[in-house]
Write a new protein. Structure first.
Length: 577
């Protein structure tokens, strides 16, 4: 499609979009609003309500479980009536029960009874509700414990008949010895103590037993006059209406039969949503009318400027950073035009700075990598000279001449690249120094393909590898042979430094090659890593060093380089040697 056709269609598309599709934004925003309502409902109402319910469920489950476990623990203990004459036992028993109730967030009164329901030991002198009544009369908790002594029971007893009166929760179990009931252990908790636990919850909470008798609640509108849960709360629906209000409710039932209801009023939320929806509908109806009226005028007046912007950005997309805008409309489009021109200037400056910084960083790192091994081989050479001065002065003189040659070469010029011939000449001087030190123990050979001698390579590339061969190749061997080769393979220059030394253990070889693959050195092979790093920085990730070795058979270090002659990198040529 041509640019002119695209521009004409763009003008028509603006008018059609603003006029024929003016209602689409309204529909999209309404859908978005409904989605937000759904999310808000789930995360603000439902999630909060369920979290409250889970909190209370865990709280009551923990508390009832702790007291029930204590009842179970004492259910087969010593007979209270057999130890009445031993005050130490009663003191220890009392201390243990006090320790239990004091360790829990809601303290309970405990009562140890004999088989006739007479208190033997208690933490409260006031008679609990379940013991009141006619002598010998078995009702409520007393009747259930006596009838089924192998179970732990939970019972509610009202202390006051008023709607907001105190209710007692009783947890008890019979104490059995050889199958006979010898007493009872009962824990009693007041609902007033639980009110503090639910007073800070963001939800309204009702706790009732399995028969719907309310134990504690922080809102009394869900009580009946006989202290039972209101019927709407007992339905299966998650929402219900009650007294002109609407609630979301979560209900859970504990193993003990306790029911926990958490309620959140959603009436205000519904009212807010309806009001906001009505306001949004009114606003977007007015927006739609306004768009119908001004659509044609906007399409005509703004299309020309938009076309200029499109052309300018197309030029940038194609890499042309010289296309500038000249917009003088006095509105936002003029600001866009000025910002576009400033953006072009900033991009060009950033590109220039980035290229310069990248070049500086690469040169600096290459220089730093070169300098890392120079002091190392210099130290080794001086150590050899120190020995030869005493044993062979003439040999020491030759080594000093070779060393001066090496030093002049290492500091000669600022170039980081030399020909293979130049670096091999330096390498021969280095090998002569080693030969003077090891005499007949060391032999070497250099085999360079004639066509490869004029190819350029990183400076000082042979010496660190040969130094590693000498350092690690001898070990306990009396002789070592080192061979240096350079040849073409396909479109690459392959340099191989081979020694017939002791080789490298398989695990160590794996570590070295992993180091080279990941460009992170955690080994002692600093010179090897530096050569590999320099090659990658100068020529790219497809080039570098590879180590091949068999333990006891020798080691070959293979360096892959691109084939360049002197001057080819500067001129940008890509022709191989």
């Amino acid at each position: 499609m041509s640019t002119d056709i695209r521009k004409g269609n763009f003008k028509n598309d603006i008018r059609k979009t603003l006029v024929a599709h003016a209602l689409f934004p309204v529909l999209a925003i309404i859908v978005l609003f409904l989605l937000l309502v759904f999310l808000f409902w789930n995360y603000s109402i439902v999630r909060e309500n369920r979290q409250c319910n889970e909190t209370m469920t865990e709280y009551f489950d923990m508390l009832i479980g702790a007291y029930s476990d204590k009842c179970l623990e004492f259910s087969s203990g010593p007979l209270p009536r057999y130890v009445e004459d031993d005050p130490r036992y009663l003191a220890n028993l009392s201390a243990e029960l006090y320790e239990t109730v004091n360790s829990l967030p809601v303290h309970a009164d405990f009562f140890v009874l004999d088989e006739g329901m007479k208190p033997l030991l208690s933490s409260n002198e006031t008679e609990p509700q379940f013991l009141k009544g006619k002598p010998g009369e078995l009702l409520g908790l007393k009747r259930r414990m006596a009838r089924d002594p192998g179970q732990t029971f939970l019972e509610f007893s009202s202390v006051s008949s008023s709607l907001s009166g105190t209710v007692q929760m009783e947890i008890g179990r019979a104490i059995l010895v050889r199958g006979q009931v010898e007493g009872y252990l009962v824990f009693v908790m007041n609902s007033d103590d639980f009110l503090r636990s639910i007073s800070n919850l963001p939800c309204q909470t009702v706790v009732a037993d399995q028969y719907d008798h309310v134990f504690v609640a922080n809102n009394y509108q869900f009580h009946t006059l006989n202290n039972k849960v209101q019927a709407p709360l007992l339905g299966d629906e998650s929402q219900f209406s009650y007294q002109k209000d609407r609630f979301y409710v979560t209900r859970s039932t504990l193993n003990s039969g306790l029911q926990i209801f958490t309620l959140t009023s959603v009436t205000a939320l519904y009212s807010m949503f309806f009001f906001v929806s009505a306001v949004l509908v009114l606003i977007f109806v007015m927006m739609t009318l306004s768009i119908f009226i001004s659509a044609k005028r906007i399409a005509v007046s703004k299309t020309r400027i938009v076309d200029e912007l499109v052309d300018a950005f197309n030029c940038v997309e194609q890499g042309n950073l010289n296309m500038r805008l000249h917009i003088s409309t006095g509105d936002e489009f003029e600001i866009i035009g000025e910002s576009y021109n400033m953006m072009l200037d900033s991009i060009k400056e950033l590109i220039r700075q980035n290229n310069e910084k990248t070049r500086e960083n690469m040169v600096a790192e290459i220089k730093q990598l070169e300098s890392q091994f120079n002091p190392h081989f210099l130290f080794n050479t001086l150590e050899i000279i120190r020995v030869l001065v005493k044993l062979d002065p003439e040999g020491a003189n030759r080594m000093i001449i070779n060393l001066s040659t090496l030093l002049r070469y290492s500091i000669k010029g600022a170039s980081t690249e030399v020909t293979v011939r130049e670096d091999i000449a330096y390498t021969r001087s280095y090998l002569e120094i080693l030969k003077a030190r090891f005499n007949e123990r060391l032999t070497y050979s250099v085999r360079i393909q004639p066509e490869a001698e004029e190819c350029i390579i990183p400076k000082l590339i042979f010496q660190p590898i040969i130094e590693n061969s000498i350092k690690y190749g001898f070990d306990e061997r009396s002789e070592l042979s080192v061979m240096v080769t350079a040849r073409f393979l396909d479109s690459d220059l392959i340099i191989v430094i081979y020694d017939n030394g002791v080789g490298i253990e398989r695990q160590k070889l794996q570590e070295i090659n992993d180091m080279l693959r990941h460009s992170h050195n955690s080994t002692n092979y600093v010179g090897l890593f530096n050569v590999h790093r320099r090659v990658k920085l100068m020529y790219g990730d497809e080039y570098g060093v590879e180590v091949l070795s068999d333990e006891g058979e020798g080691t070959a270090v293979r360096i892959r380089l691109p084939i360049y002659k002197r001057g080819m990198l500067a001129s940008g040529e890509e022709t191989s040697c």
